[in-house]
Design a protein around this ligand. Structure first.
Ligand SMILES: [Fe+2]
Ligand SMILES: [Fe+2]
Length: 303
């Protein structure tokens, strides 16, 4: 009896897989990859809803509070859009945070809120997380199925707007108190960027198990990219964001150089910026861009 039920279930599953492949022209590996990426993306969106909601009291006026609430609402719409995408394409998605990195970033964000450090909050959510989201949604627009590409395009427009809001707010804060904002950047960078980059990897902690997909079998070649290309794109996008805000290169260059310890080198030539290599004003020592600085567990403004 049990064997008959198992056989029926397997036949139904096979039929779903075959029909899905026929409709979308993609194989099982593609859908396993999408289940993984979309679930992890939903986790990031959940974190964003919570981050924006938690920082509302720190915003200085009613208009800014309303804009931040709107951002939280938009992030929650993204969760719904991604979950319904998974449903339409017949793959499982998790609508809860699974991978621990998102919880770690959430924890750092909450620490910034407790310290009433609005600059760190904006840097973590609007600059760092949104920049990574933009890289991800741009990737999902290319070489995926039309439905995924359309959803990615819609969400991407919101994320670009969120980044723009953050850039503008941080620019204004830099004009008022540059030292404090740069300190906030350094604090946030060493805590959040390793977590974000550790998720652009070939290994997962537990999500594949939760989704019952073959962790070893999924590969980014299904969407015509690879981990290294994605990591370089992410690093270049982060550098662009830092430049866009107008942070002091004496502060940002050691931060970027430290990311070589994450196993990634920027596409842009850092040597082009070596003429503005920082000197540590407080200690009198200098930071070299030719080697990754030792950032340690207690980051300083320079190395
Ligand atoms: Fe989002
Ligand atoms: Fe966003």
């Amino acid at each position: 009896m049990e064997t008959t039920q198992q056989t029926t279930a397997e036949t139904t599953h096979d039929a779903v897989v075959a029909s899905r492949a026929q409709r979308h022209g993609k194989d099982q590996r593609y859908f396993d990859l999408m289940a993984y990426i979309v679930s992890n993306t939903i986790s990031g969106e959940i974190m964003a809803v919570e981050n924006y909601s938690e920082m509302v009291p720190l915003l200085p006026n009613t208009d800014a509070k309303i804009d931040t609430v709107k951002q939280a609402v938009e992030e929650s719409k993204h969760i719904k859009m991604l979950a319904s995408l998974g449903k339409r394409l017949d793959y499982n998605v998790k609508t809860e945070i699974v991978e621990p990195q998102w919880r770690n970033i959430r924890h750092h964000f909450s620490t910034a809120v407790k310290k009433k450090n609005l600059a760190s909050c904006l840097i973590i959510q609007d600059l760092m997380t949104e920049t990574m989201a933009i890289v991800l949604y741009k990737t999902l627009q290319r070489d995926t199925d039309p439905d995924t590409a359309q959803v990615a395009k819609l969400i991407l427009a919101d994320e670009i707007e969120h980044l723009g809001i953050g850039v503008q707010r941080i620019k204004e804060m830099l004009d008022e108190d540059a030292d404090n904002v740069h300190d906030s950047l350094v604090w946030a960078h060493h805590r959040v960027m390793p977590e974000l980059f550790s998720m652009i990897s070939t290994s997962c902690h537990s999500l594949c198990g939760e989704l019952q997909v073959n962790c070893a079998g999924i590969g980014l070649d299904s969407i015509a990219t690879d981990i290294e290309a994605l990591r370089v794109d992410a690093l270049d996008a982060y550098m662009e964001t830092l430049d866009l805000v107008g942070f002091d290169t004496k502060v940002t260059m050691p931060l970027i150089a430290s990311m070589s310890s994450y196993g990634v080198q920027p596409q842009a030539d850092l040597r082009l910026r070596s003429d503005v290599a920082p000197s540590c004003s407080s200690s009198g020592s200098s930071c070299s861009t030719s080697a990754a600085p030792n950032c340690g567990s207690t980051p300083s403004r320079c190395c």
